[in-house]
Design a protein around this ligand. Sequence first.
Ligand SMILES: Nc1ncnc2c1ncn2[C@@H]1O[C@H](COP(=O)(O)OP(=O)(O)OP(=O)(O)O)[C@@H](O)[C@H]1O
Ligand SMILES: [Mg+2]
Length: 393
Amino acid sequence: MSQPPVIVDVGAGLIKAGFSGEDEPRCIIPTLVGRHKERAVLSGIIGGRDTYVGEQAQSRRGLLAMRSPIEHGVVTNWDDMELLMKHTFNNELQIFPEDHAALITEPPFNSDVSKQKWYEILFESFGFDKVKLVLGQLMSLYASGRTTGIVLDVGDSGANAVPVAEGFVDLHAIQQIGTGGRDLTNHLVRMLTEKGYTLESSGEKQISRDIKEKLCFVSPDFEGQELLPEQKQKHYILPDGVQITLEQELYTIPEILFNPSMIGNEQTGVVDLVKESISKVAMDLRSRMRENIVVCGGSTLFEGFNSRLQTEIKGQQNLYTIKQVKKQGKQSTWYETKKEKLDETKEQREERSLKGAVNVTSCDNPITSAWLGASIMGCTHSFPNEWLRKINF
Ligand SMILES: Nc1ncnc2c1ncn2[C@@H]1O[C@H](COP(=O)(O)OP(=O)(O)OP(=O)(O)O)[C@@H](O)[C@H]1O
Ligand SMILES: [Mg+2]
């Protein structure tokens, strides 16, 4: 087996695949399987083809109902997952699996059933001889050149904070939420519907995703913000030529990551996710964690994400108090809720921020960092002992 190991980072939104030792994946394909909405009518015309995967599905999005086989990090449709892998190995990488080992990323707390299913597909359906499942977030940490730190990965189907010390993952301290980029896209669809633009079909949702990726940003201070003129309004041209104007959607959508209760998810946001995870690691490691917060995943690409995370983890954000202000009209009395900035002395503010150094850094390419870490791992000298062989499965 002289061929390099195949590296696949299986994301809920994007599959990244290529060869160990290379700097970039050979392909990044959407984790989507599309089926004709009007199967009976169209199958005769297009020659009976029923399913499309990856880019083929994207380019026919108007005709297809599209689904991802991964929900909240868990594979929920193995037949579709296998179709996507077949497309990846046969069409994109064009390999004979029996000539390669396969290194595949898995999410934290991947179930034994899911691991078994991956081995079954890779050994039996495709014929790989050696397989290894690795934790995606650990690979991102390696790609950043570290073996100690906490990885905040905000992908398509959720967010994970994974602390690692000297290459060992602290499983008890991992924190997860099921709010990710996909939820932001869906909420933008709702906000746009309220504005009179309907993008609700699974194909049209991809337009909403594009708007989110190109235009939205994280506000430095959502509660008390003052926007620059160019941040107040942005425009997007829909495929039919209609121009949409976006205003508060631009900063409200990414804010969901910091406050998932905005969409009814009773979960902590990314700031508390990191803080809680750090509070669960051994006390003498906490400052090293705070100094090595490594951010990855496509949903951290919003402009302003890192600086907001850094500010809030450091505790430098402005403090507010909520006050009930009594109002007196001619006929009645009522109370109005008012937010007021708390007066804090410069010294108090500095003291609050000096609790320890906080350093947030992004992986060079947050979308492909897990893939890159695995690409490096796959060709290290110690790795040959790590593979699970088909004969031992
Ligand atoms: N420039 C961008 N700004 C904001 N979000 C982006 C940007 N580019 C991609 N995304 C979002 O990032 C997500 C994909 O990122 P990533 O590839 O890290 O996730 P994944 O690995 O597929 O998902 P998961 O890790 O949850 O399994 C999608 O929700 C996508 O819309
Ligand atoms: Mg991912």
